[in-house]
Design a protein around this ligand. Structure first.
Ligand code: FES
Length: 95
């Protein structure tokens, strides 16, 4: 994924916004990622990625560098397609 790709589709929050929010606010819990424009408070699809972003920032990782997002979803299209399947299922991610 690229820095300006959306992570939270419900609230249109990009990887770049989430990364900078987590870095500036030195969050102690992954659930605090929701304070960034409501990310994760809609369908819940993005919560596992929000947790990953939180953990990577806590490790001091620069997520605006492409080599550091290798374990995040590969493309925005694949991520969006996986979300469509999630929405059809009964699954509900939570913090
Ligand atoms: S995609 Fe983030 S809450 Fe729905």
């Amino acid at each position: 994924m690229k820095p300006d790709d959306q992570i939270c589709y419900c609230y249109h929050v990009s990887l770049r916004k989430l990364y900078h929010y987590a870095r500036r606010n030195k969050l102690s819990r992954p659930s605090q990622m929701s304070d960034c424009l409501g990310a994760g408070t809609g369908c819940g699809w993005c919560i596992p990625i929000l947790k990953k972003i939180h953990d990577r920032v806590a490790e001091g990782c620069d997520l605006t560098a492409s080599e550091n997002v290798a374990d995040l979803p590969t493309t925005a299209a694949e991520y969006a397609a996986a979300r469509s399947e999630y929405l059809k299922s009964d699954k509900k991610n939570s913090f």
